[in-house]
Write a protein that binds this ligand. Structure first.
Ligand code: SF4
Length: 413
């Protein structure tokens, strides 16, 4: 069931980040979207959400205000939007979240978000020297100084945490020190967007998913060791989720684990779509004709791409079905599996990285925990090389033909 909705309240951004999937990875359809979501669209969405809530017995929703840049949406619209949700769904619980690039996030904004009970996350890509290479204004000027001020202001004003895209050019020690210097209590990391035909910067095409080429795992393992040895470490969601999954907990998200993805995107014009970063596959891939003004929320479940997305940890390549760490990796984020040749019928571009990272953390847990606890948790040592070898031979589990056909349907070959 979809219980988390990402509302694209503004379709434009005041930054022009070089790696951004919205604007710089191959899809220009945002140009056809209205710049802002109207209150009429917001009201219609809340009405349809109320009906969807009653019909499915759902009383708890996450609403994420996103963009483009959500701080471009007028303050007054936030007051109105929250009022609309509270009125139309008076018996529901809401977790309101907003993810911003931090530019212009001042005292007034923080007061508003505290008043409306909206949790705020800020994106920063490490120390100034690196952040300013990627997160730039349209005139090329870096945004670090503004973002740092916004984070510092937010430390005692309820800022929820920060989000960074992994940049292999920053040493893990340097990145960690930056977060410590900023007194950040919670951070999360995203692997860069990309797929087999549009790899993240610096990744060597011929080496992807070949033995011993694990640049992201090597980087993340170094960061994990630094994080783990810090008695006063901030919360780090990516590592925490991996540890929980290794311990057998049923957690996860669109990247990790086997949980279904209960997230839908509401575009500024009211279109209901799949996670927007998947646009980086090719122009228009996420677009459909399902609009909140003409359709019910359930309609999005009939969109074939949405079907794959929501079941993306079940609809996986055959190698994943036979992989010893499938329950932890989940086959990876859907975008990272795409290739023009096979559509979504691939393991993720981070496959070898995941095998190495999960093996390292699992073995590290075993080294750190008493034997009886490991036995209770059914934790056994794993080896990167053994898993890689195992995946090279044909496994016993076959992928169903109808699932393979669905994954291949997005091939451009
Ligand atoms: S590690 Fe590779 S093969 Fe295993 S589940 Fe993840 S993507 Fe699939």
């Amino acid at each position: 069931m979809v219980t988390s909705f990402v509302l694209k309240v503004a379709s434009r951004c005041n930054l022009n980040c070089s790696y951004c999937y919205m604007y710089n990875l191959g899809d220009k359809t945002y140009l056809k979207q209205p710049k802002f979501m109207s209150l009429d669209t917001m009201t219609t969405f809340a009405e349809k959400l109320s009906r969807y809530s009653d019909e499915n017995g759902l009383k708890s929703f996450q609403i994420v205000f996103h963009g483009g840049e959500p701080l471009l949406y007028p303050k007054e619209f936030y007051r109105e939007s929250i009022k609309i949700f509270r009125e139309k769904l008076s018996d529901s619980y809401f977790d309101f979240v907003l993810q911003t690039n931090g530019v212009g996030l001042d005292e007034e904004w923080y007061s508003l978000f505290n008043e409306l009970n909206i949790r705020v996350g800020v994106s920063i890509d490490g120390p100034k020297e690196y952040h300013d290479q990627y997160r730039v204004f349209h005139n090329g000027k870096g945004s670090y100084d503004e973002v740092r001020s916004a984070i510092q202001l937010g430390l005692d004003k309820g800022m929820h945490g920060v989000l960074s895209v992994v940049n292999l050019n920053i040493s893990p020690q340097e990145l960690y020190q930056e977060f410590k210097d900023l007194n950040i209590l919670s951070f999360n990391l995203l692997l860069p967007d990309g797929h087999f035909d549009k790899l993240p910067d610096g990744i060597i095409r011929e080496k992807v998913n070949t033995s011993n080429y694990t640049p992201y795992a090597d980087w993340l393992i170094e960061l994990f060791a630094i994080w783990k040895s810090d008695p006063d470490r901030p919360n780090m969601r990516f590592f925490k989720t991996l540890i929980q999954l290794i311990a057998g907990e049923e957690v996860g998200d669109q990247v990790l684990g086997l949980k279904k993805n209960g997230v839908a995107i509401l575009e500024t014009n009211g279109n209901l779509e799949v996670a927007d970063s998947i646009r980086a596959c090719y122009e228009g891939i996420t677009r459909n004709d399902i609009n909140i003004h003409t359709h019910e929320i359930d309609s999005v479940l009939a969109d074939p791409l949405f079907d794959i997305y929501i079941n993306s940890h079940q609809m996986v390549n055959e190698k994943c079905l036979n992989c010893p760490i499938y329950e932890i990796c989940g086959g990876g984020f859907l975008l990272n599996r795409y290739s023009n040749e096979n559509g979504f019928d691939n393991p993720t571009i981070y496959c070898h990285d995941m095998i190495k990272l999960v093996s390292y953390i699992q073995n590290d847990l075993i080294n750190s925990l008493p034997e009886e606890v490991c036995r209770e948790m059914d934790l056994t040592r794993v080896s990167y090389h053994e898993i890689v070898e195992e995946l090279e031979s044909q496994g016993p589990v076959s992928v169903q033909k109808n699932i393979k056909d669905k994954l291949l349907a997005y091939s451009l070959a």
